[in-house]
Ligand binder design. Structure first.
Ligand SMILES: Nc1ncnc2c1ncn2[C@@H]1O[C@H](COP(=O)(O)OP(=O)(O)OP(=O)(O)O)[C@@H](O)[C@H]1O
Length: 259
């Protein structure tokens, strides 16, 4: 289906070294409009490094990254305006109110002030924090801050949305809403790159799962494709492909270290 279209993201032989350590080892990938990619892998596998390259935060890499057919090294500014990024550990200027913060972010994306205010108000209401729009964020709970971060990643209505653990701190109702939002945005043709360690969520929201281990993509397919190997949960597939078959082995090691 999507594969007949031009890829939104094309990654060719992408490698990245930090000193002696090769963190990404020649990744090749094409991502198509409307895909929700679940990007998973063990700690240190190279997920954040990939995302930092896609968002232009890291630009000294080998290989080629194309977005809408354009090399990101040639035109990162115009490409950035099409990307929404919600990082895992973002600093938020919490002396600001959500409206002030979103005004700042919207202006970085070149939006005009009225359009920002209108959209920010609608989005804050949709996320259930409209009543806090003029309250300083240093009084906010973790979940309320996360909602503002999510809004700041989509306020400019980007075509590509990169989410790193976006559900962190959200309550059950907000989780349901964000999962549904991801699927609605994909139906509109937006492309979602979803990095998470929450296997049950990745299993449900993604229509394509990429598993990276030691800087290499070791699985790429739908959850159904990945299950064809015989394992029924993404947790088990993950454990098998990343070389750790007994999920509770380390837990007993920790316990015995205490005794
Ligand atoms: N700025 C840096 N300088 C040196 N090494 C780095 C730097 N950033 C990342 N690394 C190394 O690159 C490797 C991949 O890190 P990365 O953050 O991409 O992993 P990750 O898959 O996102 O892990 P996690 O699930 O823990 O967030 C790790 O070995 C890490 O130590």
């Amino acid at each position: 289906m999507e594969e007949t279209q031009q890829p939104v993201i094309g990654i060719k032989n992408l490698s990245k070294n930090y000193g002696e350590k090769q963190v990404l080892k020649g990744i090749n990938l094409e991502v198509y409009p409307g895909q929700v990619i679940g990007y998973i892998g063990p700690n240190g596998a190279g997920k954040s490094t990939t995302v930092k390259i896609l968002t232009g935060l890291v630009n000294d890499f080998d290989g080629e990254v194309l977005m809408y057919g354009k090399n990101i090294k040639d035109d990162i500014i115009s490409i950035k305006s099409q990307i929404g990024y919600v990082p895992e550990n973002a600093e938020i200027y919490d002396v600001l109110t959500p409206l002030e913060y979103l005004d700042f972010i919207g202006k970085l994306y070149g939006m005009d002030e009225d359009a920002i205010a209108t959209r920010a108000t609608k989005l804050l209401n949709a996320f259930g924090i409209g009543a806090n729009a003029d309250q300083r964020m240093d009084t906010f709970s973790k979940g309320m801050r996360q909602k503002v971060l999510l809004i700041s990643g989509i306020i400019h209505n980007p075509k590509i949305i990169i989410l790193d653990e976006p559900l962190s701190g959200l309550d059950a109702n907000a989780v349901i809403m964000v999962k549904e939002l991801i699927s609605l945005m994909a139906k509109e043709g937006k492309t979602i790159f979803y990095c998470s360690h929450m296997m049950d969520v990745v299993e449900k929201v993604s229509d394509r799962i990429l598993l990276i281990n030691n800087g290499e993509i070791v699985a790429d397919g739908t959850f159904e494709d990945l299950k064809a190997g015989g394992d029924q949960t993404l947790e088990n597939i993950f454990a098998k492909l990343t070389g750790k078959e007994e999920g509770n082995k380390d837990a007993s090691d920790v316990l015995s270290a205490l005794n």
